[in-house]
Design a binder for this molecule. Sequence first.
Ligand code: PGA
Length: 252
Amino acid sequence: METRRPLIAGNWKLYKTNPQAVEAAKQLAQMVGHVSDRDIMIAPPFTALQSVSDIVAGSAIKVGAQNIHWEKEGAFTGEVSGEMLLSAGCSYVIIGHSERRLYFGETDRWVNQKIRAAVRASLIPVMCIGETEEEYEKKNTLSVLDNQIKKGLEDLDFDSLAHLVIAYEPVWAIGTGKTAKSEQAQEVHRYIRSLVEKLFGNGLAKSMRILYGGSVKPENISELMSQPDIDGALVGGASLNPESFSKIVLYR
Ligand code: PGA
């Protein structure tokens, strides 16, 4: 079987002031900063990126941003570029989260441009995809994902995608306490991998990490991670508390 390094990522969303983020990062660094057999990423709000990066520097914890603009610089009030994120200590960036698609009108075309910007800045893009409850009920999950992947990755080549991470997050499972059953998630992950294989070849399909997201907790992480095509998790709510996030990171 392929060995892909697991990645456990915490998305702090619109939570934590700078001092709160610093405190959480200090605790996390103590609890999981030494881990060597898996990758760890936390994504604080923009305002805490630099201070959190300073705290976790030299530990196993890497820092990610929750959004990026595709231009390097310019008159784009309120936006932040990949180069700026890199200079604030980021190594990852979350792109196309369902909350951005839903509340901020983010399109697949933007997702595509943002992935290019991340690659240009040497950041690892974490592209989020997932179906809404209505799409799920109508059994449209696979066609929705198909569309998001094809448009999000349109005209990108193998080299640009070498480090890409895909996060599958069924929208109906985010922040709701509902999780997809691990076998159900595995089926979808397998489908995503087969689509990546069809579009970009076997090498990329085998090495690409596909995370699961949506109400991941210390209680369900082990079962999810036991599935062959689930390579990690994107954790929202349970990542805000260093103790529960550490438990997820240290799953067995
Ligand atoms: P949740 O969020 O873990 O709170 O469901 C996941 C996410 O939005 O990435």
